[in-house]
Design a protein around this ligand. Structure first.
Ligand code: SF4
Length: 408
């Protein structure tokens, strides 16, 4: 297929495809799917070999959020029966983080619900990072606290944070349909603040909220332009008790096409399969490893993932290997761009100057869907059955915030 030959050649050179080529990936048929995966796999192996980076989520503060992100089980008015608790103490968070690192995680992601942190919250997270790094100085820490105010990113950087997550989630054009309490521009601003302070930018998307192919391509190109070093691809988890509970718009094949499109647009950037991996890819998860070079180990913020050991077994069985603490994630040229941008105090990008992208949401990326603030008005053809699937969506009842051991 000419399209795949072109995309492979561009990806191997680290070049970004055209918007039309990205759209064409999403339009491929199921008969072409394995060819699409194989082409994306060549690009993935060119820049990331057979390594899989493991990331581990610690939900520092769960639920009770005043924001109205429609995909989130922690949002204002959510009826989802998730764990709700306020800030974990530093030693509690460090215990959870240690379990993830022992399971093979290279990066710990510290997430808290809410619009954004107070300066006192930055103090709490500073103490938490110190407790984690005291136990394991090598571990990477990514922080996700929502919208940042002036100087908060600098404080996090000085306290030892390596990265900041704030997802764009969807296209600028449809952002107002999934949240009304903050804007796409707010998210862009926070990613730029984080990047400008020298933090690695982690910013991604959520697929399956009823968006169009054009929306998906828009947000993925925006992320590329924004200079995100890692791109988490969430697949909406339609939580019972939320307005998006019946938004079953994804199939495993659709998820693989989306991942492939993200890979072609971000050939040399970390692409992470995030929330919804087990729910939507299901038995096709190993094929996702041929495209993405990063996943979360174990559970998510408010939903359970498969057993951590099952993640490790899958990686091994599929012929991949867990990325070690001493191994660089990004290829050298890409890491140089990121470091130069951070040193220069500006939002860097592999392709161009800092664009108008967006930020990650207040803990938005690892979405465990929920109720739209504004009832989700974006919709398109549904591949789903419009029914609740409590057999697939399991609320997290273990790990952080409980007496039970974390899943790692
Ligand atoms: S994504 Fe973050 S800010 Fe939005 S509702 Fe959920 S917890 Fe609140």
């Amino acid at each position: 297929m000419d399209l795949l030959d072109t995309l492979t050649a561009k990806g191997l050179r680290g070049e970004v495809p055209t918007r039309e080529e990205a759209l064409a990936v999403l339009a491929t048929t199921d008969d072409e799917l394995l060819d699409v995966v194989a082409a994306a796999g060549k690009v993935r192996r060119r820049w990331f070999g057979r390594r899989v980076k493991l990331n581990y989520l610690v939900n520092l503060k769960s639920g009770l959020c005043p924001e109205d992100c429609s995909y989130c089980s922690q949002r204002l008015g959510s009826k989802a029966e998730i764990l709700k608790y306020t800030w974990l103490k530093p030693d509690q968070a460090a215990d959870a983080a240690r379990a993830g690192v022992a399971g093979g995680a290279k990066r710990v992601c510290l997430v808290a619900s809410g619009r954004g942190p107070t300066d006192r919250d930055i103090d709490r997270v500073t103490d938490t990072m110190a407790a984690i790094k005291e136990a394991d100085p090598e571990v990477e820490i990514c922080v996700c606290l929502g919208l940042l105010s002036d100087n908060q990113a600098e404080r996090l950087k000085a306290a030892g944070a390596d990265a900041y997550n704030h997802n764009l989630n969807t296209s600028e054009g449809t952002y107002g349909d999934i949240a009304t309490t903050h804007t796409y521009a707010d998210r862009v601003d926070t990613v730029q603040k984080a990047h400008g302070a020298g933090l690695s930018a982690c910013s991604g998307l959520i697929a399956g909220m009823g968006e169009s192919d054009e929306d998906l391509v828009d947000v993925v190109f925006a992320l590329r332009e924004l200079g995100s070093d890692s791109v988490p691809v969430n697949f909406l988890i339609p939580f019972e008790g939320t307005p998006l509970a019946k938004e079953w718009n994804l199939t495993p094949q659709r998820c693989l096409r989306i991942l492939a499109m993200v890979r072609f647009v971000n050939p040399d950037t970390e692409v992470r399969i995030a929330g919804g991996r087990e729910v939507h890819l299901r038995t096709m998860q190993p094929l996702g490893l041929h495209i993405a070079n990063s996943i979360f180990l174990g559970d998510y913020l408010t939903s359970e993932g498969q057993a951590g050991q099952a993640d490790l077994d899958m990686i091994k069985d599929a012929g991949f290997e867990v990325e070690g603490a001493g191994e660089a994630t990004l290829p050298r040229h890409r890491a140089d761009i990121a470091e130069a941008a951070q040193a220069g105090g500006s939002c860097g990008t592999a392709a161009s100057a800092c664009g108008s992208g967006g930020g990650c949401g207040p803990c938005g990326g690892h979405a465990h869907a929920a109720a739209p603030a504004a009832e989700a008005t974006i919709s398109e053809s549904s591949e789903g059955d419009d029914e609740l699937r409590s057999d697939l969506v399991k609320v997290r009842r273990r790990g952080a915030g409980t007496e039970l051991a974390p899943n790692a």
